[in-house]
Design a protein around this ligand. Sequence first.
Ligand SMILES: [Zn+2]
Length: 411
Amino acid sequence: MGLDPSRAVAELEGLRELTGDADGAQRVAWTDTWERAREWLRGKAGGTGAEEEIDEAGNQWFTLRGRSERALLLGGHIDSVPNGGWLDGSLNVVAGLEVLRRIAADGAPPLTVRLVNWADEEGARFGRSLFGSSAAAGSMADQEELRSRRDADGIALPDALREHGVDLDRALEARRQLEGAAAYLELHIEQGPVLESMDLPLGVVLGTFGVERHLVTWRGQAAHAGSTPMDKRRDALAGAAKLALEIRPIAAEVGGGGVCTSGGVVCKPGIVTSVVETAEQLLDQRHLDAGELARLLALAREASERFAREEDVEVSWERIWSIEPIPFDGGLIELADEAVREVCGTSHRLPSGPLHDAAEVARAGVPTVMLFVQSLRGLSHTKLEDTKKEHLELSVLALDRLASKALAHYS
Ligand SMILES: [Zn+2]
């Protein structure tokens, strides 16, 4: 029985039917609908001969024994946000199932092959993303804080998890799952507009962006809008406004796909009859390269000091959040590029703005790569999320090619 990409697409449609409604996908983790989706997957995977295991963090594994204990991992997440899309996460679970079937039909593979359905990638119910993969990667360090988290109905996270067989205190024991992992592959919808704008079905993901988030506070002097001459003003908003525009040439100068966003400015006193005294500006900067991310930040800081002098105001910076870039494996990027070129002629390499389970696995030291398939209109986390059927089929084919190449490379 060979690979049948159209069967995978039909199964995705079946899953949508089973776990969605008129508002979209409803497979929120730690709910009955999510459990129904996991049961559905169990039923589908049964035919491959793979053994099922649910680990201490609630991740669902299907293991097809090969000639070696070393394992090739294929991973996705069947959970969705409320009123979510039909493909986010579930695409790789179902595509991976199809690849697992093909490999099982070919006889014992050189490496063990494991399909993982990560638990609670979205964090939709308790606001904590990448739950299962961060536990397996050993990077979960917020268990104390998780203990006190509650959902909108006041149900505590540990209680909700217990109903699905997970003991939060033991979640980190899922770490042993990545022992002996040779490589990790994840196919995902792009959730952005790049591939569609280039008219390409598939792309290879270089890694996930590093992020720097700051609150930039500008301080001037409130003064009467009527009586203060233009050259006597200390206008805090003027500094923020100059910076909001300056991040464009800074992003262009640094290049490499880096992006900068001034996502909001709050002005005080914020009335029409006063010069702005304080302007609190939110700045988000992202780049795939740690050095270039630092340069984006340094250039923005320098510019802000220049604008502060020009406008006779003060400026201060406070870091809100940051994460380092997580680059994927160079060798696997080459293999993925080959696989994509074989199935659709042209490949494109691009970074990922959103984080994915793959970032956690890569952080744990397992060679990792992702494939992106085009998202129509770049939409995701909505029932409008969609991808052309022929592109979905190509993506299953590309994942299969990549899995074959990785099996040959790592055995
Ligand atoms: Zn996802």
